[in-house]
Design a binder for this molecule. Sequence first.
Ligand code: TRP
Length: 451
Amino acid sequence: MRTRILTGITTTGTPHLGNYVGAIRPAVQASRNEGNDAFFFMADYHALIKCEDPARLQRSRLQIAATWLAAGLDPQRVTFYRQSDLPEIPQLCWLLTCVTAKGLMNRAHAYKAAVDQNVAENEDPDAGITMGLFSYPVLMAADILLFNAHRVPVGRDQIQHIEMARDIAQRFSHLYGGGRELFVLPEAQIDESVATLPGLDGRKMSKSYNNTIPLFEGGSKHLRDAIGRIVTDSRLPGEPKDPDNSQLYTIYRAFASDAEAAAFRRSLEEGMGWGDAKQALYERIEREIGPMRERYESLIARPAEIEDILQEGARKARAIAGPFLAELRAAVGLDAVQPAAAPAAKKKAGKQARFVSFRDDGGSFRFRFLAADGQDLLLSEPYADAQSAGAAIKRLRGLADPAEALRADGDSYALFLDGAKAAHGPDFAGAAARDDALAKLIAELRALAAE
Ligand code: TRP
């Protein structure tokens, strides 16, 4: 089975070199691994928690999408989407919010840090703290659990959120799973081999320290200017330098092969001037990101194309999220099927869900599956003879877990037996109608299997 990896990128800023080395480059590499099924998304609902500037949010979403695509993310291979294009995420978020202990959220680092700061400043402990900030880990749990991700590549500051997602998932399953885990329990993935890039002043490169080197924005000129501002000591050309005490060397190493890094190290030890070292660093970085910048600029110039890619990503993501959310809704009692009164009425009218067999125009044997109210839910593939069609009906009647056999497919869905498509639904007017019908179909098939 492929490992499902999922990660979100909060869309508040413009990507810098530290983001590229620490997150973008390793994620794109991981997505190329055959064993991984990657889901990357732009966490723009999360961005609203810290950013109240609509223009900035809008710009950041575009820049981040273009950056990931330019850095080699293949949207055919990776499910790449925008959080706010999936209504299933806030819906699941609410289901999870209702089972999450407030005490658990009280312990979240980001919230606690905000409270501590207020206290230190003699403010009311909750001054300026929104419910968005407070319950942020629940939204993040919804992002992850909706896709049953196995691994979540994140920075260390996010480990606690992944642990909370596991807690929330277990609590939900305990209440509604009838003895079953309803979610894959996710694990944080911290890649030790990935460098944390120092910024201009030697501290971790971060927008909040104002010490970043831009990735693409501003072109090669901004890259060169920023590198020129990297802080060095005052040793003159000809004097030996200490590579281990220079962020210049650390940044170089993040882009170079071992051999290149060793040569650069030697040159510094042998007295290369800082000016020449900066020029060498600039050239090495430019070699890797120059071609990407060209792609970035041509993407940024055509936002409609980026939008198409994101819409397609949202469609792929919703094909998975929709049916799963329908199951979870049913589990909590928000089933799309008529409750309680319906079975009695059904009996009286003698109406039950039923299979209807027929021969199609080509002479093949097929069947339909109709809901108790007559709604057409499935049309089978053609079978050569009546026996095979009958055998397929028998299988459908006994399906222990019909949800497992069903997959959303555009505005419809398909049913698989032993890995082969056995039947499909009609075309619905949209994802909502499709998901209602799917939930109904699952309930009808479960009822049959229970008979
Ligand atoms: N909170 C993450 C951060 O600030 C971003 C994020 C949102 C995320 N949802 C996620 C990361 C789901 C991983 C999985 O970095």
